[in-house]
Design a protein around this ligand. Structure first.
Ligand SMILES: [Zn+2]
Length: 441
């Protein structure tokens, strides 16, 4: 007997997470990848697996969004993401109760067709009055909430001040709050017209060291050159943004190379902060497939926090910096910073916008852009069970109705024509009809 999450996809172009196989097959057994090879599939009768032939289609690993926030436990963070082929989301600071609920839902075997997997940092390494508190304060005051509402909202958040605070903070995130990695902040504020209190370099280094002692990576937020350099000197494993207030500099590239850190540029987020690139955003939102898959069609507004700092803060710098890192061989990760608040990028679809920007605005090859959303984040965050179409990995897959490389190469194209999305070999709900239609066993 064959299970629903046992099947063979054949006659497809495969991107394994590392390389392309022009014509091959993927054999999924009980939700796990059993075999991937060039050429024709083995005898299905012997394997008891339904076989599906998709000539002209491509299959890629499920996408990983390396930077989201499921604020207020927003379900769209996992539900809308999966619809767009994002099978894993990485939250980068959120309330532990919300994280726990989302993690549970994402882990439920009965929900594999509905939700993406949810990874988190727990709470970020916050200092009193530091980023992101002033931004939240601003948003609260716009929506008529008081300072005491803010105090209540942030009551359980960390308040690090000295290096000795680092170990208990990291232990709390990893052992109690389910963190798979640690998130730090070094936001000077100048790119967004603010002057913010900063953690000391010693505190930052202590947080990185504590994370490494527990075997997890530490990644850091900075939107300026200055903040980025402090994080790198503290030894962070990666950056959750590219900076946008300076063009590329040799000392920065050299330090990235020396430390081996990765960068998740979040080009869409930076453009949203400077209020640039709205055309690209709207073009993706108006795609007919996007319109079908989005859970809400409410218009998204740009963040705009850096719009008054132009031209010093500019998407041009962000693109040039990303391009320079890529040329230097620095690992690039794809992420959106989607937060579900109606500003910035939308969950799921935003990652496709980011891939477009990485390829057409920052010069990544199609294969490297796909790596940035599959194998590279899996390696960097130590998610050893996913990110590649390879024996033993979870069958997190995206089936695309065309040659994915040719499609992404052409700047006239926007959202990939998604045919089906699988999590652990289970087809995602919006694609059930397509998948069930014409099953041959
Ligand atoms: Zn963020």
């Amino acid at each position: 007997m064959s299970n629903r999450n046992t099947f063979i996809l054949e006659n497809v172009r495969i991107f394994t997470g590392d390389e392309f196989i022009d014509n091959g097959y993927v054999y999924v057994k009980d939700g796990t990848i059993e075999e991937v090879k060039a050429g024709s599939s083995p005898d299905r009768i012997q394997l008891h697996a339904p076989i599906r032939s998709y000539s002209g289609y491509s299959v890629i690993p499920g996408l990983i969004d390396s930077h989201i926030h499921a604020l207020s436990g927003n379900m769209a963070s996992i539900e809308q993401s999966l619809r767009f082929g994002v099978t894993t989301v990485c939250d980068m600071h959120n309330n532990p109760d919300d994280n726990e609920r989302l993690k549970k839902l994402a882990a439920g075997p009965e929900y594999k067709s509905l939700y993406a997997d949810f990874k988190c940092a727990g709470l970020g390494a916050l200092i009193p009055g530091g980023w992101p508190i002033p931004v939240i304060k601003k948003k609260f005051s716009h929506s008529g909430k008081s300072d005491s509402d803010l105090a209540e909202y942030t009551a359980s958040w960390p308040n690090l001040s000295v290096p000795e605070d680092a170990v208990p903070f990291v232990e709390q995130q990893v052992k109690q709050n389910g963190a798979s990695y640690i998130k730090m902040f070094h936001e000077v504020g100048d790119t967004v017209g603010m002057n913010l209190p900063l953690p000391s370099p010693d505190l930052q280094k202590a947080v990185v060291d504590a994370a490494h002692q527990l075997g997890v990576v530490a990644v850091g937020h900075a939107l300026s050159y200055q903040g980025t350099m402090v994080l790198l000197r503290a030894g962070v494993d990666g950056l959750t943004h590219i900076f946008c207030d300076e063009p590329p500099s040799d000392d920065y590239i050299a330090l990235m190379k020396e430390t081996g850190a990765h960068c998740n540029p979040t080009l869409g987020l930076v453009a949203s902060q400077t209020d640039e690139g709205r055309e690209l955003f709207e073009w993706f939102m108006e795609d007919p497939l996007s319109e079908r898959l989005l859970m809400s069609r409410a218009a998204y507004r740009p963040h705009g926090l850096a719009s008054s700092q132009k031209p010093k803060s500019s998407i041009k710098h962000a693109r040039a910096n990303t391009r320079a890192l890529y040329k230097a061989g620095v690992p690039i990760l794809a992420g959106t910073d989607a937060s579900g608040t109606g500003v910035g990028l939308p969950y799921g679809l935003g990652l496709h916008m980011e891939l477009y920007a990485l390829i057409h605005h920052a010069g990544l090859s199609v294969a490297d852009a796909l790596r940035s959303a599959t194998s590279i984040p899996a390696d960097r965050f130590k998610f050893h069970d996913r990110g590649r179409i390879e024996k033993g990995k979870k069958a997190d897959l995206v089936l695309i109705k065309t040659d994915v490389a040719e499609f992404l190469e052409d700047r006239q194209n926007r959202l990939m024509p998604l045919a089906a999305v699988f999590r652990n070999g289970t087809v995602a709900a919006p694609y059930e009809r397509f998948w069930n239609w014409g099953t041959r066993t």
